[in-house]
Design a protein around this ligand. Structure first.
Ligand code: A2P
Length: 337
């Protein structure tokens, strides 16, 4: 069985990765349709020896598709996702639009693939930091029972899209030339800076990004009572998010066992040999399917606690790769008509 696949937001940072990953992973495709806003209609996109003309993402575009992967922001998903489903197209949505809806499965295939059985047309892909964090937290939860965690993220600019990457590079060039820097995508200069501000602030002082991490971890791991306090931070890194986590578990933690379960988890690569200066870093985990987990140590503040450091390509595991893995799982579960 092979499918007529569409990408909504094909001209964006995640869209470009989707084109690559669908091909690299040989997703069974009869055709690939690239959709974006009206601005991009008629543009040519090439990948290796193939090329496509970008079409406008409008409701009728989904008549000819079996599956559409959306990565064009929540408002586009809200507007066009239900239209696609109405037309018989299964939607894998990378935005936050439907993630917390009770009847929409929120899926990381290594953790809760079974949740997508009986989906109603839309399957949500988690926030990038959530997906990366789960590559360490999920296997540890299975081994020791996760109770609560603290996390600080170090998030790459590409999480805010292609134009945000360009803004960091432009600011560095402006600095070299002694020219004023343009600040548009981020609330402050991002070059040579660190911004403790990702997405909008809520009344409780946390940001939407920080709320997403807790709520999405709860839903994906089926742990409604999980507690977490996170600080999401934007750093001047082009690609791959890093996350420092201190986690507390129900049962005593054994370091050797922790290393073993991480090494045996499909989405993780154990990268933990501090004597030889081996720990995961964004430059090493950009363009990698697995997320690196390292700096494992018994936490000195929690009772049954473990500290760890996770790095993952948020354009891949945090977005495009996870979406393609969901599509692969749908194919495996024969859920695509
Ligand atoms: P376009 O390039 O035509 O604006 P990024 O996350 O890198 O900023 O990319 C966002 C993606 O979402 C782009 O492909 C962009 O297309 C697409 N997009 C933005 N608004 C819409 C819309 N209203 N309809 C369809 N695609 C959209």
């Amino acid at each position: 069985m092979s499918y007529r696949v569409g990408i909504v937001g094909a001209t964006g940072a995640v869209g470009q990765e989707l084109i690559e990953l669908l091909h690299r992973r040989n997703f069974p495709m009869d055709s690939l349709t690239l959709l974006a806003s009206k601005r991009s209609t008629g543009k040519t996109i090439t990948w290796e020896d193939k090329s496509w003309t970008v079409e406008e993402a409008e409701p009728t575009a989904f008549d000819k598709l079996d599956i559409a992967i959306f990565s064009a922001g929540a408002s586009t998903s809200k507007e066009l996702g239900p239209e696609a489903v109405k037309r018989g197209c299964v939607v894998v949505d990378n935005s936050s639009a439907f993630r917390m809806d009770a009847d929409v499965p929120l899926v990381v295939p290594e953790v809760n693939a079974e949740a997508m059985r009986n989906h109603k047309g839309i399957i949500a892909n988690p926030n990038c930091s959530t997906a990366v964090a789960l590559m360490g937290l999920a296997p540890l939860h299975a081994a020791f029972g996760l109770k609560r965690f603290f996390a600080s993220t170090y998030q790459a600019v590409s999480g805010a899209g292609a134009s945000a990457m360009a803004e960091l590079i432009d600011q560095i060039h402006a600095w070299e030339k002694g020219e004023p820097m343009k600040v548009e995508k981020f609330p402050h200069q991002i070059a040579f800076n660190v911004l403790p501000h990702v997405d909008v602030f809520y009344e409780d002082g946390y940001t939407k990004e920080e709320h997403k991490m807790l709520n999405e971890c709860r839903k994906i791991m089926s742990l409604p009572g999980l507690r977490a306090s996170t600080t999401c931070v934007r750093v001047p890194v082009l690609r791959a998010h890093s996350i420092a986590i201190n986690a507390e578990f129900e049962r005593p933690v054994d370091l050797a066992k922790a290393r073993e379960v991480i090494a045996g988890f499909a989405g993780a690569e154990l990268c933990d040999d501090v004597e030889n200066k081996v720990y995961p870093m964004p430059l090493d985990f950009s363009g990698k399917e697995k997320c690196g987990v390292g700096r494992l140590r018994i936490d000195s503040a929690f009772e049954n606690g473990l500290s760890l450091w996770i790095v993952g390509d948020q354009l891949w595991k945090g977005a495009a790769l996870n979406a393609v893995q969901i599509a692969e799982e749908l194919h495996k579960q024969s859920a695509l008509a």
